[in-house]
Ligand binder design. Structure first.
Ligand code: ZN
Ligand code: ZN
Length: 375
C-alpha cells in the first residue's frame, strides 16, 4: 500500500471505541459523583470483566484459535456468549485473524495486527480502517471451526448476541439493584473499555515490552506484569513458539488464571485433551536462546573464538544429557504404568535414571555458570 492512500475508515468501530471510552472516563465519574456507586457495581464489573476476558483467552484464543484442548459444548456455549459480550467479533472471525497473526507474525503486509507497524496500529489502529478487505469471506484457515455448531451459530447471530449481552446484562442488573444507568455505565461501558484494552495489550505491549527467553525470531515478549491484566496471556514469547500449549505461563508461579481455569474444568469433565509441549523442547529452546545471547555479548572480546568453542562444547553436552534424561524419564514412566513389569527391572531402571538425572543436573549447572558469565 502506498503512503497517502489509506483505506476507508470503519465508522462503526470508531463510534463503539470512542463512545465507550467517553462513557467510561467522562460520564461514569460524573454519575458516580452525583449518585454514588455501591459494592454491587464494583462486584459485577469485576465478574463481567472476568467473564469477557476468560471467554476470549480460554475460548477464542486457546480453544478455538489454537486447539490447545477440547471443551464440552456447555463450556463452548458459555464462551460464545462471553465472546459476544466482549465485543471482539465472532469466534470464527477472531480465530481467522489470529491464525494469520501466528503464521505471518511481524509481516507488515500479512499479519493483521503486525507489531512492526507500531504501538497504535497493533493496539487498535488495525480495527479502525478496512486494512484487509480481501482477507475474509470463506475463512479458509478455519475449516475445523466451521464444523463446530456453536461457533457457526455464534457467527450467524453475532450482532444480535452482542447487543443482547451488552445491553441485556447491564439492564437486568440495573432492574435487580434499582440503578439502571449506574449498571449500564459500570457493567456496560467501563467493563467493555477495560476488557477491550487489556486484550488489545496482547497485540501491542506484549510484542514490545518484556523479555525473550525462548525465541528472537519474532517480536513477542514474556511479561509478568502484563500477565496480571491479561489473565495470563502476558507470557507471549513462550506462546509464539509453543502456540498449541494450553498454558502460556508454564511454571507454577507464573500468573496464568486461564491455565488454572482450563485445568480446573478438566477435573469436572468440562475440558479434556489438554496439550502441553514436551519439556525437553522447552528447555532446549531456552538453552539455545542463552547461547545466542552469550555469543552476542562476547563478540567483541579478544578471545572470542575460544569462548565460543567452549560454549558450543558445553551446549552440545547439555543437549545430549538433556535428551538422555528425558528419554530415561519417559521410559521410567512407561514402566511404572505397566503394573506387570518386574520389580527388579524397575529397580535397575531407577538407579540408571538417578545417575542420568545427576549427570544432567551437573551439566546444567556447568552450562548455567558458564553462560551466565556472558549474558
Ligand atoms: Zn502475538
Ligand atoms: Zn495465539
Amino acid at each position: 500500500m502506498t503512503q497517502g492512500s489509506k483505506p476507508p475508515i470503519i465508522w462503526l468501530n470508531v463510534f463503539v471505541f470512542t463512545s465507550s471510552l467517553l462513557l467510561a472516563f467522562v460520564a461514569t465519574p460524573i454519575y458516580a459523583y452525583y449518585h454514588g456507586l455501591g459494592g454491587e457495581h464494583w462486584l459485577w464489573l469485576l465478574l463481567a470483566f472476568s467473564f469477557c476476558n476468560l471467554s476470549i483467552t480460554a475460548g477464542y484464543h486457546r480453544l478455538w484459535s489454537h486447539k490447545a484442548y477440547n471443551a464440552h459444548p456447555v463450556l463452548r456455549f458459555i464462551f460464545a456468549l462471553g465472546g459476544a459480550f466482549a465485543l471482539q467479533n465472532s469466534a470464527l472471525h477472531w480465530s481467522s485473524d489470529h491464525r494469520i497473526h501466528h503464521r505471518h507474525v511481524d509481516n507488515n503486509d500479512k499479519d493483521p495486527y503486525s507489531a512492526k507497524r507500531g504501538f497504535w496500529f497493533s493496539h487498535i489502529g488495525w480495527m479502525l480502517r478496512h486494512y484487509q478487505p480481501a482477507a475474509y469471506g470463506d475463512y479458509a484457515n478455519c475449516r475445523d471451526l466451521q464444523k463446530d455448531k456453536i461457533v457457526m451459530w455464534q457467527h450467524k447471530h453475532y450482532v444480535l448476541l452482542a447487543l443482547l449481552m451488552n445491553f441485556g446484562i447491564p439492564l437486568l442488573l440495573g432492574v435487580i439493584y434499582g440503578d439502571i444507568i449506574g449498571m449500564l455505565l459500570m457493567v456496560g461501558a467501563v467493563r467493555l473499555v477495560l476488557s477491550h484494552h487489556t486484550t488489545f495489550f496482547i497485540n501491542s505491549l506484549a510484542h514490545i515490552w518484556g523479555s525473550q527467553p525462548y525465541t528472537e525470531k519474532n517480536t513477542a515478549r514474556d511479561n509478568g506484569i502484563l500477565a496480571v491484566f491479561t489473565f495470563g496471556e502476558g507470557y507471549h514469547n513462550y506462546h509464539h513458539i509453543f502456540e498449541n500449549d494450553y498454558r502460556n505461563g508454564i511454571y507454577w508461579w507464573q500468573y496464568d488464571p486461564t491455565k488454572w481455569f482450563i485445568k480446573s474444568c478438566s477435573w469436572i469433565g468440562l475440558t479434556d485433551k489438554l496439550r502441553v509441549s514436551p519439556q525437553a523442547k522447552i528447555e532446549k529452546a531456552k538453552a539455545l536462546m542463552l547461547r545466542k545471547k552469550a555469543e552476542d555479548k562476547i563478540a567483541t572480546l579478544q578471545n572470542y573464538q575460544a569462548i565460543k568453542e567452549h560454549l558450543e562444547t558445553e551446549y552440545d553436552a547439555l543437549i545430549e544429557r538433556m535428551s538422555e534424561y528425558y528419554d530415561s524419564k519417559k521410559q521410567l514412566i512407561e514402566n511404572k504404568k505397566n503394573a506387570l513389569s518386574k520389580q527388579y527391572e524397575l529397580a535397575i531402571l531407577r538407579v540408571q535414571h538417578k545417575q542420568i538425572k545427576l549427570q544432567f543436573e551437573q551439566q546444567k549447572r556447568t552450562w548455567n555458570s558458564l553462560v551466565l558469565q556472558y549474558v
